[in-house]
Write a protein that binds this ligand. Structure first.
Ligand code: SF4
Ligand code: SF4
Ligand code: SF4
Length: 509
């Protein structure tokens, strides 16, 4: 059997190389261009697919086989000549994500609707549909002596990037990542898990305020930008239910370019902030016009809260290009003061993690005591919709966790039919950020097992953390006492909260 690399055309001939292609380790790479084995396709299968589709193409247009990608998308792009018309991108977008198939291209002047989740880039067998790279921008910044390049690393990156360097599934690479980024030229490396703790402080406070003052409930989480866009386009009526708290990378960005820059006496316009994330939708999120809190605060219109996003796959490519082997670098600590985090912040990367962490802190805020049963196992796991009851202070809250925007459609139908909830977590990807569109690609048969390992890696880290509560993070306490005052203060609202817009008009109805 022969397998062909869909990027450079290298052919793996099992006869000549005397090892079955399917027996090669996942970390095996194309010897010519270095892409993972998931970019290879069995030669005969690829040819058969093309042939079949060419015949069927006489009965329907190609448009009905693959998804359209807009030229101005900042998250994904499509290279037509690599496409074998297999239709897998469309299947994922429609069935799992609930996007494709829920609008009429003819009505919207052929401009496709996309929530930037990147799940199609994981499904495409040939790399014809892929994420849009910001590597060159980051390289330019690193080569500019007048700029200070700062990186922040999102929670789920640390348990997945090792796969690109032949390390075990789920192994924690945070110390190695700090070293590798410093070798690359970073001046400071911070942990977005700090931003996750900050999100929890604000979100738990907002939840309590909404419940106590009989505000709009159920409150939905808002840290997933693909879910936010999905709501803005398809369910604008739900927007008042979305928490106004920003996502961790944007909170961290606003704090780095204001508080950190002031504390260190750095001109914020010299800082180029790169967020390393599992997520393609973050590329769109950092470009939302609402994400200009540091510009407003510092009265400097040139500032953006976060400048670039590198997904796990992009950072791996950059490290490989620079011959930095994550497996061989020493470990180093995150920089201070935005590098310390709680276990509650770490589990943000898992479906159910935001909910679990928010409930830990909401309980403390209501009672002044930490909850006895820290681990809220009912909200864990890869099920698309999970529901549970949670005791927070003297209140019994009805909570739900929804993963995959396709499941949001089913869940919102349940609410319409009268089911009651107080607090709902939504993540666009099927198992939260550990399964994000910018994470390492996997074969369909191993996905579930590897996703589980990544999630376990984060739960293990939470368990071994010095503190497991966002409200016990000493750096968070200092940030409030020295700068923000308290959660939901005027400055907290200015820097850490945002707003949403009804975008349903793009459906052309
Ligand atoms: S990024 Fe997500 S929403 Fe956009 S086309 Fe791909 S699967 Fe669909
Ligand atoms: S998954 Fe890739 S190869 Fe298959 S139709 Fe979509 S773009 Fe083409
Ligand atoms: S679940 Fe996470 S990785 Fe996926 S789109 Fe949302 S924020 Fe991004």
């Amino acid at each position: 059997m022969k397998y062909k690399c869909n990027i450079c055309g290298y052919t793996y001939d099992e006869k000549k190389l005397s090892e079955k292609f399917n027996n090669l380790k996942l970390a095996w790479k194309c010897p010519d261009c270095g892409v993972p084995k998931t970019y290879f396709q069995e030669v005969t299968k690829s040819e058969r697919l093309k042939k079949n589709r060419a015949v069927k193409g006489q009965q329907y247009s190609q448009e009905s086989i693959y998804i359209e990608v807009n030229d101005d998308s900042c998250s994904i792009e499509r290279q037509s000549d690599l496409c074998v018309l297999c239709g897998q991108c469309k299947d994922i977008c429609k069935k799992q994500q609930g996007v494709c198939g829920y609008f009429d291209l003819n009505r919207i002047a052929k401009k496709s609707i996309c929530i930037d989740c990147g799940q199609c880039t994981l499904a495409c067998p040939t790399g014809a549909i892929r994420l849009k790279s910001e590597i060159e921008n980051v390289k330019t910044a690193l080569n500019n002596k007048n700029k200070i390049v700062v990186f922040q690393i999102a929670p789920s990156v640390r348990v997945a990037i090792g796969e690109e360097f032949c390390l075990d599934y789920g192994v924690n690479c945070e110390g190695k990542l700090v070293s590798a980024l410093k070798i690359l030229g970073a001046k400071y490396v911070f942990d977005t898990t700090f931003g996750a703790d900050l999100t929890i402080m604000e979100e738990a406070s907002e939840l309590i305020e909404r419940i106590n003052k009989k505000g709009v409930t159920p409150m939905f989480t808002s840290c997933c930008p693909a879910w936010v866009k999905f709501a803005e386009v398809f369910y604008p009526e739900i927007l008042p239910h979305l928490s106004s708290t920003k996502s961790p990378i944007l909170m961290q960005g606003a704090v780095i370019k204001t508080y950190f820059a002031k504390t260190m006496n750095i001109d914020p316009s010299k800082i180029i902030l790169v967020a390393v994330t599992p997520c393609t939708a973050k590329k769109a999120e950092i470009r939302r016009q609402e994400m200009d809190a540091s510009a407003k605060y510092m009265k400097n219109n040139t500032l953006r809260d976060v400048d670039y996003v590198l997904t796990v796959r992009e950072l791996s490519d950059l490290l490989h290009e620079k011959k930095i082997d994550l497996g061989r670098v020493a470990e180093a600590d995150f920089d201070s003061p935005l590098g310390r985090a709680s276990g509650g912040g770490v589990i943000f990367g898992n479906s159910g993690g935001v909910m679990e962490s928010a409930l830990r802190t909401a309980h403390y805020m209501l009672t002044g005591k930490n909850v006895d049963n820290i681990e809220f196992k009912e909200v864990r796991g890869l099920k698309g919709i999970k529901t549970a009851s949670a005791k927070v202070g003297d209140k019994m809250l009805s909570v739900a966790i929804v993963a995959g925007t396709g499941n949001v459609r089913k869940f919102l139908d349940r609410i319409k039919k009268g089911e009651h909830f107080d607090f709902v977590e939504v993540m666009a990807c099927p198992g939260g950020c550990v399964t994000g569109g910018g994470q390492p690609r996997l074969g369909a048969e191993e996905r579930k097992q590897v996703y589980k390992k990544r999630a376990e890696g984060l739960y293990k880290l939470d368990k071994s953390s010095k503190t497991r509560f966002a409200h016990e993070n000493e750096d968070i306490k200092t940030l409030y006492s020295e700068f923000l005052d308290k959660p939901l203060s005027t400055l907290s609202k200015q820097l850490l909260h945002t707003s949403y817009t009804d975008k349903s008009d793009i459906l052309g109805k």
